[in-house]
Design a protein around this ligand. Structure first.
Ligand code: KIV
Length: 288
């Protein structure tokens, strides 16, 4: 639990790595969930563009806009004042140019009080990372399965299973570190490849999403952990509780109780004192 917790900072995260303690990280997109994650002591929160799928019902993350991201990041920050909150840069807010990337990264910091931003891609995005870091904004790289390139990658599948692609991911990680990324997320990269990258990292924190236990910490998609995404459950996600089932049962009970006139009961409504009611009836000229 995080009662009275101090603000999570970059030095705090690097100290955890130095002490050999894993960092906890989850996605989150709204105020009540952020409140609970903060209370549970989760250290980092990613306002992921996965909200396009988990919250807005799109088939992919590509339609998500900067306005969507800012609105949700603001809500998360209100619910989690001490967590290290990361704004995920949506599709085409950083790919076109370094300047575009810096401008959009700045919006996360200025308008939503984020602590850092994350963007997808390897060597070809290193100049975006450098530009953002030079502008004074902490930046996180994202390698392996990068959902904004899902079409080019041929689907949501493990990346780096063959030696040549694994070597490329290892090289990309080093390039992003040299460009100034303080953290790199490896999504669906084989565990031993993740271990090699973690061992080689000098001044960069390596985080795993489905990439095994050897990273400096773990990330999960909140909706996958609690049965809240109806379309599919990725292998890498562990279900820690079936909130989706609890909510569905509650909704069915509500439906049944309303049609059977069991809800509402007296404790669920508000009355008017007898004297006021008599006066009301007199005022409107009706017989009580
Ligand atoms: O948008 C997101 O939640 C992400 C994760 C898949 C890492 O980028």
């Amino acid at each position: 639990m995080s009662e009275g917790r101090k603000k999570i900072t970059l030095p705090y995260l690097f100290k955890k790595v130095a002490d050999g303690e894993p960092i906890t990280w989850l996605t989150c997109y709204d105020y009540p969930t952020a409140y609970l994650q903060e209370k549970a002591g989760i250290e980092m929160i990613l306002v992921g563009d996965s909200l396009g799928m988990t919250m807005l019902g799109y088939e992919s993350t590509l339609p998500v806009t900067m306005e969507d991201m800012i609105r949700h990041s603001q809500a998360v920050r209100r619910g989690a004042p001490t967590a290290f909150v990361i704004g995920d840069m949506p599709y085409m807010t950083y790919q076109p140019s370094v300047e575009t990337a810096i401008r959009h990264a700045g919006r996360f910091m200025a308008e939503a009080s984020c602590d850092a931003i994350k963007l997808e891609g390897g060597e070809s995005m290193a100049d975006r990372i450098k530009g953002i870091v030079d502008a004074g904004i902490p930046a996180i790289g994202h390698l392996g399965l990068t959902p904004q390139s899902v079409s080019a990658l041929g689907g949501f599948k493990v990346q780096g299973k063959d030696a040549a692609l694994a070597k490329k991911i290892i090289q990309d990680a080093k390039t992003l570190e040299k460009a100034g990324a303080f953290m790199i997320l490896l999504e669906m990269v084989p565990d031993r490849v993740c271990k090699l990258i973690t061992e080689r990292a000098e001044n960069c924190i390596i985080m795993s999403l489905g990439s095994g236990p050897h990273a400096h910490g773990q990330l999960l998609i909140y909706h996958d952990m609690f049965g809240l995404y109806p379309r599919f459950k990725p292998k890498m996600a562990k279900v820690f509780g079936n909130a989706g089932e609890v909510i569905l049962n509650g909704l069915q009970s509500y439906h049944d109780e309303v049609i059977q006139r069991k809800f509402p009961q007296a404790e669920n409504w508000f009355g008017i004192p007898d004297e006021e009611y008599r006066e009301l009836v007199r005022l409107i000229g009706e017989k009580s």
